[in-house]
Write a protein that binds this ligand. Structure first.
Ligand code: EPU
Length: 416
């Protein structure tokens, strides 16, 4: 299996341009089957997008990518069962539940895949579909969801789940009457999906709030959207700059999507300056320890929890980090400890003892953001680090090696 090798302690300077958000793109692509034709601009070059395009092709939907724009033509779509060879490649395959249910009133799909970072149930999605009038049956990990007709309903989410909000919204697009989703998640990626659906003729009100109102429409056509910048990719490279940068510029970002993250960097005394859609970062000699707790948006993003752990290693003192969204999102700490860190896990919290001098080692990527944490560690470590199982990283970071090489990192792919 391919590996990434890094020789650390290089100064990073120049510009890194942020790609379109993974978690928007992976919802927008399945959503596009609701609009006969659609254009999605700034699609990231990641394997999750490739996996979704394979599912689209299997369903008879044409997708063509040119200059970062994806053109979708769903006029010849067929409702085929999404088998596990397709569904397990990524989490977001479950957005075909909502989309196919809306379009055909029936979907048969195997259990979705994705990073193994916790239970990751999708009971809220299924309960939502049932409220809209669907019947859900499960047989050996194969979900059949079908309805004679879908009728608008008032749905309350027990937790503001990103996936449930999007999936129920998709299922409700053509439902008779009005659906409300309350305690909805309002991550920026959801707003991006709402803008897309509304551009195609949907009637969704409540973007960026915890209550969505979806009035069913007869059809969608001609959807058009530009994917928002990936705030997690941006945060990852900002961390690289704060650890190793000299005027490293992270460009094309939406700073307002990273408010909680910036607050923590500020508290640590990191050197960064926001100028429009760019953040300029520099390494500083000393950083203060902090306490962080992850939360749904606009709180501190769980997806930046593992990457920022690597920065906490550089702080002068003891930091803590509480993970409130996932039960098993500390798998990076084992490898960071092997590189010289001192991190202890107690239940849902880790204690990070800084400052640490990291040394290059052979480490393994257990999940996407753990991989990002290890890349950051490798960039700071003394000597050479080999990162194995990189398939997880390629699922979510567009042109990672190229972007880092361009700013002076010594990083390369070793193919086997
Ligand atoms: N949950 C349930 N039941 C449900 C849905 C969620 O118990 O029906 C729980 C989950 O087990 C989890 C929590 O609620 O503990 C939050 O889950 P959520 O549904 O919000 O997460 P998701 O939709 O599965 C998306 C992103 C994740 C990101 C989370 C939180 C996609 C494809 N994935 O996951 O991204 O961490 O929202 O922001 O959009 C990543 O990019 O590395 C990643 C894991």
């Amino acid at each position: 299996m391919d590996k990434i090798k890094v020789i650390g302690e290089q100064t990073l300077s120049g510009k890194i341009y942020i790609s379109g958000a993974k978690n928007s793109a992976v919802a927008l692509i399945p959503a596009a089957i609701l609009s006969d034709k659609a254009v999605i601009d700034r699609v990231p070059n990641i394997s999750d997008v490739k996996s979704l395009r394979e599912i689209m092709e299997y369903l008879g939907v044409e997708t063509r990518v040119s200059d970062g724009k994806m053109f979708v033509d769903a006029t010849n779509i067929e409702n085929r069962d999404i088998t596990k060879e397709y569904s397990t490649k990524l989490r977001a395959s479950y957005y075909f539940m909502g989309a196919l249910l809306a379009k055909f009133k029936k979907v048969v799909i195997s259990l979705p895949g994705g990073c193994s970072i916790g239970k990751r149930s999708f009971d809220f999605h299924l309960n939502g579909f049932e409220k809209l009038g669907a019947k859900v049956t499960v047989n050996e990990d194969i979900y059949t969801i079908e309805a004679d007709k879908l009728v608008g309903a008032d749905i309350h989410l027990p937790f503001p789940s990103v996936g449930a909000t999007v999936n129920i919204m998709l299922a409700a697009i053509f439902a008779e009457g009005v659906t409300t989703i309350d305690n909805a998640a309002f991550e920026p990626e959801i707003g991006n999906v709402i803008d897309f659906l509304n551009s195609a003729g949907a009637n969704i009100v409540g973007k960026d709030t915890s209550k969505l109102t979806i009035t069913g429409v007869k059809e969608l056509s001609g959807g058009n959207i530009r994917v928002i910048p990936d705030r997690i990719e941006a945060g990852t490279y900002i961390l690289a700059g704060v650890m190793n940068g000299k005027n490293l510029e992270i460009c094309d970002i939406c700073p307002e999507h990273l408010t909680s993250f910036f607050e923590k960097l500020k508290e640590m005394g990191a050197d960064f300056e926001i100028k429009g859609d760019t953040v300029i970062t520099n390494k500083v000699a000393h950083l203060k320890p902090v306490n962080i707790e992850t939360a749904a948006y606009p709180g501190f993003a769980t997806d930046l929890q593992q990457p920022i752990t690597t920065l906490l290693l550089m702080a002068d003192g003891v930091s803590t980090l509480k993970e409130t969204i996932y039960e098993n999102r500390f798998q990076n700490t084992k490898y960071l400890n092997e590189m010289g860190a001192h991190i202890e896990i107690t239940g849902d919290t880790i204690t990070v003892y800084g400052p640490t001098k990291l040394n290059g080692k052979v480490v393994k990527t257990s999940d996407l953001r753990a991989g990002a944490a290890l890349i950051l560690a490798a960039l700071s470590a003394h000597g050479e680090t080999t990162i194995t199982d990189i398939k997880h990283l390629l699922r979510g970071y567009s042109n990672l090696i190229q972007k880092l090489t361009n700013v002076g990192a010594k990083i390369w792919l070793e193919e086997e």
